[in-house]
Design a protein around this ligand. Structure first.
Ligand code: FA5
Length: 340
């Protein structure tokens, strides 16, 4: 009987080695342990043996049966593992910490600005970063030979076709014209976007920066409306009431033109290092839309009036978070960025 058991065992071991899938494994199990299986038959035969033979053969066949079952189970789990059904997961190992990303400070401030103006019923509008000379300058009442063009140092594009002349927009104001060309007043919009100037960088100037343009046009929109809107905007952005003051200034596309100053967010007007001890922060250019700009957009300037403004997003973020140098925004320095 010993030889027979050993024979079956060897045959089984050889067979199981070549098994590659669960179906063949099940066939193998049936072949040996099924109702008419080879090992089952051996067990059935025990009853025909003498007591002496049974004592000897019984435990041997039982051992073979157990070993065969164990090998079949192991093979089944090996096959599952190699298919990726089961991995060796140790559920007691502490989880790996996933570092969660966060918004860049400029994105945080831009989202705040969008939310505040949206709540005041402004629409959010987009425009191209590569602009034509016409929209960036001419339509905004800045003709070719006018010295005011020097206010905006410009990146001109190299072109194989000379007309229209293309540039990287120096401000978001061209979107005023683009929007008016395709919409009827009354309306109020803001235009957040990227702008480019060919100038030396320092703590408050970058080559690539962001502006937010504002434009509100209606039958009787005035600077009083502008003052309310802008004061309300700052109140919601900085979470407190802050005074705003207007100083006369010059931009070819507005008349009258203004510089808007905001009461210093840090010292409240007493004077500190942020406001250069003046108590005020220069914050944006603004004014009433120039009649020539309305004409360029085919509006009747006697019928419509409105205000426009434009401010630097970086400047607002620097004030809000007390950031001393504009170049930090694009520095890629994690010590800076992880503070937000
Ligand atoms: C303009 O660009 C006008 N288009 C704004 C305007 C719109 C006036 C509508 C009237 C009516 P200015 O060149 O001053 O204006 O730029 C506006 C703001 O952009 C500045 O106050 C400043 O915060 C920001 N800015 C300008 N140049 C840079 C620069 N190189 N780097 C970072 N921010 C800048």
């Amino acid at each position: 009987m010993g030889t027979k058991v050993q024979e079956i065992k060897n045959k089984f071991l050889k067979a199981i080695e070549g098994i590659k899938d669960a179906k063949s494994l099940e066939d193998l199990r049936i072949q040996y342990l099924g109702r008419k299986g080879e090992i089952t038959n051996l067990l059935k035969h025990l009853k025909d043996m003498s007591l002496e033979e049974r004592r000897h053969a019984g435990p041997m066949i039982q051992r073979l049966k157990i070993e065969t079952e164990e090998l079949l189970n192991k093979k089944l789990s090996d096959l599952a593992k190699s298919r990726g059904d089961i991995s060796e997961i140790d559920i007691t190992i502490p989880g790996k910490k996933i570092t969660v990303g966060h918004y860049h400070p400029l994105s945080i401030v831009e989202k705040d600005i969008r939310r505040i103006f949206k709540a005041m019923n402004f629409s959010i509008v987009d425009g191209p970063e590569i602009e034509t000379e016409y929209y960036n300058f001419d339509a905004l009442n800045i003709p070719k030979s006018h010295p005011a063009r020097d206010m905006w140092d410009t990146f001109w594009l190299k072109q194989s076709v000379p007309d229209p002349r293309l540039l990287l927009r120096t401000h978001t104001s061209p979107v005023q014209i683009r929007y008016m060309e395709t919409h009827e007043p009354p309306f109020q919009i803001i235009v957040p976007g990227k702008t480019f100037r060919f100038e030396a960088t320092d703590a408050s100037h970058e080559i690539v920066f962001h502006q937010v343009e504002g434009l509100m046009v209606g039958k009787d929109v005035s600077l009083a409306n502008f003052k309310f809107v802008i004061q309300e905007f700052f109140k919601r952005l900085f979470g407190k009431n802050l005074e705003v003051r207007f100083r006369p200034s010059y931009f070819p596309f507005v008349e009258p033109g203004l510089e808007v100053d905001l009461q210093c967010v840090k010292c409240g007007g007493k004077g500190c290092n942020i406001c250069g001890n003046s108590g005020w922060l220069e914050i944006m250019g603004a004014g009433m839309v120039h009649p020539k700009v309305f004409e360029a957009a085919h509006y009747n300037p006697r019928e419509w009036q409105g205000f426009a403004f434009g401010f630097g997003l970086e400047r607002i973020a620097m004030i809000k978070y007390n950031i001393p140098d504009i170049r930090l925004f694009n520095s890629g320095d994690l010590r800076f960025i992880n503070q937000f």
